[in-house]
Every structure is written in C-alpha cells, then in structure tokens.
Design a protein around this ligand. Structure first.
Ligand SMILES: Cc1cc2nc3c(=O)[nH]c(=O)nc-3n(C[C@H](O)[C@H](O)[C@H](O)COP(=O)(O)O)c2cc1C
Length: 279
C-alpha cells in the first residue's frame, strides 16, 4: 500500500492521484456572460448536486495549476451571477472538449465548437440547444478556497428552471437513465460513457434493516464460492427465514451455485428459498 501525505506532494501529483481516484465525475457544461454580453461556454467536472430543496449545484472553476490564472467563467460569474448548466451526452463530447481550449477572453465557444445558442427563459446566458438537459441557474455565492495555483472556487448555483428534451423522457415524463447516454470525466484524458449495457441496479438496503453479515448462516459467511457482494445481497433481508439456519455450517457446492445463479438475477428471495430447502 502506497501512503502519501498531501502536504508532501506537488499540486500536479495531487491532481494525478485525486482526478483518477475521484471518478467518474459528471460534467457541468456552463454558459456564462460578461457585462458586455460576450458569451462563454466551458466544461467543469468538479461538479455535483448538493441540495434538492432548494435545488443547488456546485462546480469549481479552479486557478490554473500551470500559471495561477483564473478562468473566464469565474470572472463572468462574479460580474453576472447567472449560468446555464448543460448536461453532456456522448454525441457532443468532442465539441464539449474543444470548448475547453484556452481561447482569448471574449471568444464565444458556442461558435468555436459549433454549438447552437438557445435563448434562456430566466437568465442571460444562452442554453446549448444540443444538450439533452439544460439548467438555468442563479449564482448565490462563490466560495474561494485559496489564492495559490490549483485552488478551487465553489460556485453555488441555484437551479431555477429545468429543460429536458422529450427524447430522454419515459411515458411518465421522468428521465430514462438509459436514454441519456451521459459521459463523465475520469483522470487524464479518460472518459466514461454510460450506455444501457453498462448500467446495473443495486437494490436499496432493506428499510427494516438488513440482518447483516454477522447473522448469515455460518456456511454462507465462510463460503469461498460466494463473493462479498453476494453475501451482502443475502444479508439484506430483514430476518432469517428460520432461526436454525444461523448455525448451518455447510452447504454443498451445487446449492451454492444455485444461490449464485439466483442472486445474479437479483432474486434474493429465491436465493433464501434455496438456502432454506437445503437444510
Ligand atoms: C471534461 C472537462 C472537465 C473540466 N473540468 C474542470 C474543472 O472542474 N475545473 C476547472 O477549473 N477546469 C476544468 N476543465 C478545464 C476548463 O474547461 C478549461 O480551463 C477552460 O478553458 C476554461 O474556460 P474559461 O477560461 O473560458 O472559463 C475541464 C475541461 C474538460 C474538458
């Protein structure tokens, strides 16, 4: 195990470790505007949702590690505290990346990267028409985390309007995760694409409290054929179907394989029925 103290690392080393480790990160594709009406469009992956009521996102245009200069997005927000956060899908990933070039101040990256500007309803910065979801935001506060190169600036963006393209909605007007085709940023030049094939569900923990590993039958807990993920699925029932199960210390390989097969199709109930009938 490599153990490092961050106060002994360079900012570049910290960037390498943390941007690879804290990944994938969603991308805030922010459009902003200056006092003369010049539009700016830039991506930020130091970004997430932090409150639902009120709905608030935070993203961070940092001071450049290279030369400690600040980003135009930050400068614009300080003058006109509004933005649109556009959500990035796979179809626009290369154009989005192009907007992150260090164009001179006043350059409109909608034009540079071939995006269509769509007037917002509430705020002055325009929306990216190609984005499947566009969030109109009012900036309430910018929290400065330092003055040195690499220091972040937390932009607290209060979401006032949500625009969603119908093509990513289901029959109930809810977002269909599989239809969004989102991209996310990882370390270096790495990105992830969230397609239907790599989505999977994890059942929520039992609301009445799962029994936990310590209550699993001994033969299940000590089985080398079951993974810890599979044991955690089994530990998510709210009581043992039969108290005598706790002390059962051996299950045949055939039984364990049947349990694994049930768990792979999320049938925890079926897995427990197999355990019960094997006594
Ligand atoms: C996918 C992606 C994510 C990025 N995330 C950030 C970020 O979170 N913070 C940051 O300061 N820069 C980030 N950058 C770099 C900025 O987008 C880049 O510095 C851009 O030129 C800033 O533009 P501006 O000066 O017009 O605001 C990211 C770039 C890409 C391509």
């Amino acid at each position: 195990m490599l153990t490092l103290s961050t106060d002994q690392l360079s900012t570049q080393q910290i960037q390498q470790y943390l941007q690879y480790a804290i990944a994938p990160r969603p991308i805030c594709f922010a459009s902003t505007i200056d006092l003369d009406g010049n539009v700016n469009l830039s991506p930020f992956s130091f970004f997430n949702i932090f409150s639902m009521n009120p709905p608030v996102c935070i993203f961070s245009p940092s001071r450049r590690v290279r030369d400690n200069t600040t980003k135009h997005t930050l400068e614009n927000i300080k003058l006109v505290p509004e933005c649109v956060i556009n959500i990035v899908n796979y179809e626009m990933v290369q154009q989005m990346s192009l907007t992150s070039c260090d164009y001179p101040k006043g350059t409109n990256e909608f034009v540079k990267a071939g995006f269509t500007a769509l007037a917002s309803e509430l705020v002055k910065p325009p929306r990216v028409a190609e984005a499947p979801i566009q969030l109109e935001c009012i900036i309430q506060e910018v929290v400065t985390l330092g003055e040195k190169a690499g220091a972040g600036n937390l932009v607290l963006a209060f979401i006032k309007k949500i625009h969603i393209k119908e093509e990513v909605l289901d029959a109930n007007n809810n977002i269909d995760q599989a239809k969004l085709d989102l991209v996310a940023r990882l370390g270096g030049d790495w990105y992830a694409r969230i397609t239907e094939e790599n989505l999977f569900k994890v059942e929520k923990p039992n609301t009445k409290l799962g029994i936990g590993f310590d209550q699993l039958p001994i033969g299940i807990l000590t089985s080398n054929l079951l993974t810890n993920n599979e044991k955690a699925q089994l530990a998510n029932i709210n009581m043992l179907p039969d108290d005598s199960l706790k002390v059962k210390s051996h299950f045949s390989e055939a039984t364990i394989l049947k349990i694994k097969s049930a768990l792979s199709s999320q049938s925890i109930q079926v897995a427990w029925e197999i355990i019960q009938t094997s006594i």
